[in-house]
Design a protein around this ligand. Sequence first.
Ligand code: ZN
Length: 264
Amino acid sequence: MDFSEEQIQRYARHIILSEVGGTGQAKLLESKVLVIGAGGLGSPVLMYLAAAGVGTIGIVDDDQVSLSNLQRQIIHTSGRIGENKTESAAATLAAINPDVSVVRHTLRLNAGNVMDLIADYDVVADGSDNFETRFLVNDACHIGGKTLVSAAILRFDGQLSTFRSHEGDGHPCYRCIFPEAPPPGLIPSCAEGGVLGALAGTMGSMQATEVIKELLGIGESLSGTLLIYDGLATSFRKVRVRPDPACKLCGAQATITDLSAHAA
Ligand code: ZN
């Protein structure tokens, strides 16, 4: 593809990286990423992917911007309280990079719509704030053959991993680590337990990095590794994760073959 003069300037710091170059930048411009949740994690993910020139970015969120979001959801502004998060996020992305085409999916993900949604994208980034969605997205990406980069935050702690279980060959899925969603109430939500705003920036920025690595096929994939960040101790741990042969989704005797166990 031929870059315009403006694109050469805009992406100069990428193009000069030998791992990206003009070929990689052109690949990003042709890539499509679906970001689930325009919240704390989704904010930096969306903003960095847009700045990077990821050509098509889908945003899934059914919520509106509220005052208590603004401590960490930096894609939204005080003036946009009450607006749909998809609209507010799309406005910020358009202001960052008009090269990017933004697709707003103002809906709640469920078993009935998730397969059609992910079908249009190369990579899915999950920044949702609840286990129901996280399991649904994991199952859908495995069945639909999509690479999933998934992050989670609570209080001062974050987790990040990449799932490519659809490729088989030693790649675990989210259920290989967490077989079932915990019973409601066992693990507090961010609303109940709190979360440091800047932690969303740390984890979301790393999530964006992993998405770009998967799109370009560069570096070491985080598939098979769970990254755990302790913000208070300022420590990162990488835990090796192997596929669970008894996994209900990706194991040899898998019993989850469709999304019928999830709410429609
Ligand atoms: Zn699995």
